[in-house]
Design a protein around this ligand. Structure first.
Ligand SMILES: CC(C)(COP(=O)(O)OP(=O)(O)OC[C@H]1O[C@@H](n2cnc3c(N)ncnc32)[C@H](O)[C@@H]1OP(=O)(O)O)[C@@H](O)C(=O)NCCC(=O)NCCS
Length: 92
């Protein structure tokens, strides 16, 4: 079963870096191993959601927003071996 968490307090950062090394989002910072920048980018986001299966982080995404009028989802990624199982489109 996949569970979804909001916020960065419980994020397993090494697993998040692994995800973005695999799916090459966050302006390719994962590909370039610039992991501290990924952490800052996520902590500074309006909202962060992660998807986990048991203790494994399998997906994540973040919302950049002013909290009032506008917001955009960025860096929605699911580990390749977990894609096409409804994790990315999950809505709760
Ligand atoms: C895009 C991604 C997050 C989808 O996650 P997922 O868990 O595999 O997706 P789900 O199984 O929940 O849903 C699949 C649906 O997403 C759609 N989809 C897949 N990639 C998409 C994309 N780049 N843009 C829009 N829709 C996409 C599929 O067409 C499918 O729709 P359908 O069921 O109507 O055919 C995943 O494929 C991924 O991590 N890709 C690499 C990173 C990426 O390109 N992210 C998007 C840019 S931020």
């Amino acid at each position: 079963m996949v569970s979804y968490k909001t916020g960065t307090e419980c994020v397993d950062w090494p697993q998040l870096y692994h995800l973005y090394s695999q799916v090459e989002l966050v302006a390719s910072l994962g590909k370039r191993s610039e992991f501290n920048k990924i952490k800052s980018a996520f902590i500074n986001s309006f909202k962060v959601v992660t998807a986990g299966k048991a203790d494994k982080l399998v997906g994540a995404g973040r919302l950049i927003s002013d909290g009032i009028c506008y917001g955009t989802i960025f860096d929605l990624g699911v580990l390749p071996e977990y894609q096409k199982q409804g994790i990315g489109r999950h809505d709760e």
